[in-house]
Design a binder for this molecule. Structure first.
Ligand code: ADP
Length: 418
């Protein structure tokens, strides 16, 4: 299987976001969790490596990204794409810049070219300034992000703080003039010694022009969020839809550890049986809580929901009492253990997980290492098939907190093609 597009994603739900979009564009996609074993050959034209490198120490993010690039090189991947968040989540130390520098060197690329623009979720860029909906990045809720607060909307400046190399911009006028004008603009910037090139874009048509320009050269590291990756897939697709795997038999389960506004609405709207995880009880006796949740899953009819999702003031109270990190670990470990027990003992085979960190923890608890997209469930969200460590076929959907409609917890299980 020729790998047309090798992607290194800095978190698991971002990887699934790309996988869903690329599949919808007509290219088969597979997600490898963690640095992949190069001796296990890929089975899809797009391979996405899901790392946990967005907020890791920069040295770790670089080491894992370089190791992932080596595996993709061993599979003769034709193009390398550095996937980061569509809101450019990073700090002055990285990790987007240090990883881009290391991947340019590792891949033997002349420069990196990319854009976080993803019109489907309202991320657009003008004069290098990123917008979230109709607000500048720095005036959006991302300015208050707990780990990577984004106070500067000028991404040329933001990336410039993360790398010793020159950062430049292809402005919207060049993009609107078409892919040949983008090729010229990139060439001029490279001649000027620019190593990292960001591209303005507002629409998917702009991204198609950028994608056509960057695929014309084979000495570039590509980068960005799902928007440009999907535009690249549109350009590569043969028109033949990838084969769809059948839905595995077995019970369904929903696990929610996200605190985001959208997931709170999804939990509130869910009409099925629900079990609320209590962080104070978890701190006192995690084994008892995990056992009680297991008993609830066994007794519940339909598709049970086990949720830690709570209002921000409840989360703040719990974090004050136990510490932010400890509270998160308590919840993540509990959901991970509940998932593993539900598969081992309760006949659960289909699991929908809400939350990025939560998804990483549940995937690790289940012992899965490869996800193959089965079908797109909503923009940016896919059902994937994955063998677990015991060889059981699981059907897993890892959803970023803010994705999916309010009725997603119900719709995701119902809208199966006949
Ligand atoms: P999102 O994708 O919405 O950011 P994540 O799963 O990445 O969701 O992050 C949510 C974090 O909040 C996780 O680390 C989770 O363990 C933690 N968490 C979830 N519920 C609670 C709670 N009730 N109290 C404290 N922390 C919580």
């Amino acid at each position: 299987m020729t790998v047309e597009l090798g992607v290194i994603a800095d978190d698991i739900t971002g990887a699934c976001d790309v996988a869903a979009g690329v599949t919808a564009a007509g290219i088969g996609a597979e997600v490898r969790l963690g640095v992949p074993d190069p001796t296990v050959p890929p089975s899809a034209a797009c391979v996405i490596v899901a790392l946990k490198s967005r907020t890791a120490p920069a040295a770790q993010a670089v080491a894992d990204s370089v190791a992932a690039a080596r595996a993709l090189r061993a599979w003769d991947a034709r193009r390398l794409y550095q996937k980061y968040c569509s809101t450019f989540d990073s700090t002055d130390r990285g990790n987007i810049g240090p990883v881009a520098d290391a991947l340019v060197d590792e891949w033997g690329a002349a420069a990196s070219v990319g854009t976080p623009v993803t019109p489907a979720v309202g991320r657009t860029m003008h004069r290098g300034h990123l917008f979230v909906g109709d607000r500048l990045l720095s005036e959006s809720s991302l300015a208050q992000h707990p780990l990577t607060p984004m106070h500067d909307p000028d991404l040329v400046r933001v990336l410039g703080r993360q790398t010793p190399h020159r950062v430049g911009l292809v402005p919207i006028e060049s993009v609107r003039a078409g892919s040949a004008a983008v090729v010229d603009a990139v060439r001029e910037l490279r001649a000027d010694g620019t190593r990292h090139i960001l591209v303005d874009a507002v629409t998917d048509g702009d991204l198609d022009a950028a994608a056509a320009a960057v695929t014309a050269s084979d000495d570039l590291l590509l980068g960005g969020a799902a928007g440009l990756a999907v535009a690249l897939a549109r350009g590569l697709a043969s028109g033949t839809a990838p084969a769809v795997d059948p839905v595995p038999d077995g019970r369904g389960l929903i696990l929610s550890g996200s605190g985001s506004e959208r997931t709170r609405a999804q939990v509130a709207a869910y009409p099925g049986p629900r079990w609320q995880l209590d962080v104070d009880a978890l701190a006192a006796d995690p084994d008892a809580v995990v056992a009680a949740a297991g008993a609830f899953i066994d007794a519940a009819g339909g598709i049970p929901l086990v949720s830690a999702t709570a209002d921000p003031h409840d989360v703040a109270r719990v974090q004050e009492r136990w510490g932010r990190e400890r509270a998160a670990v308590l919840v993540e470990e509990a959901l991970s253990r509940i998932a593993a027990a539900a598969v081992a003992r309760s006949g659960v085979r289909r699991i929908l997980v809400a939350g990025g960190e939560t998804s990483g923890a549940v995937a690790a608890g289940l012992g899965v290492s490869t996800l193959r997209v089965r079908r797109v469930a909503a923009p940016g969200v896919a059902w994937t098939t994955a063998p677990d460590a015991a060889g059981r076929a699981l059907d897993l959907c890892f959803k970023s907190g803010n994705f999916g409609g309010t009725d997603f917890f119900t719709a995701a299980f119902e809208d199966e093609p006949a």
